[in-house]
Design a protein around this ligand. Sequence first.
Ligand SMILES: [Ca+2]
Ligand SMILES: [Ca+2]
Length: 222
Amino acid sequence: MKQPTFFSLKRLALPLCTAAACLVAPLAQAGTITGVGAVTGTGLGFVAVPVIITPDEGSPDDTGNIGIPIKRFDQTGYIDIEFFVRGSDPSGTTEYLLFESVDNNTGVDWSSYTMQLGQGLGAGFTQSDGTNGLTFDAPNYIPTPNSSVFAQVLTSPTRLDFYDGIQSTGSQIYQVWVDVPDGIQTFTLRQYPTPVPEPGTLVLAAIAVGGFGLLKLRRRRA
Ligand SMILES: [Ca+2]
Ligand SMILES: [Ca+2]
């Protein structure tokens, strides 16, 4: 599948906010991302400043874009990004396309990649339950979240698990959709990879299983 590039994304989104349109935009709007707060985590290598395109304010179908041109993991830990939100319309929700390039610089291959929405940072992070409307475009998940390396994704309101593939060293593209409701001031996007089990671990597991089988055999013979 051909993935859009950052260039095409920008070209698509820029006409949404010409100077004139922004000046005359009505005040009513749904939850809108206004900026980025802390970027932190045990996996952090480098995160380029996210490019946030705010929606065409007042349009009945509010959509925006968040582009993260580089998110590099130097360790197999997590990376948290905190977003600030402004809202004014009590019933509004803005759907953002989050388009990012995730770079595996950890030296180990990844067998899956997880994204969570919640509040707080680091040890204080908690995944939210989706009841306030902050979700990965639940309940319909249209378009389907996708990745240029993992063929499948397990969807739930505030957690996505990409699997069926191996992300080796280098960058891959992820596209997901985030519903941002009114009534919240901040939210955190957490992401982390799960490394492929090391051969040593597999050998130990095989020995354990083999030993268990032998034990059963002996018991049966006894
Ligand atoms: Ca939605
Ligand atoms: Ca949608």
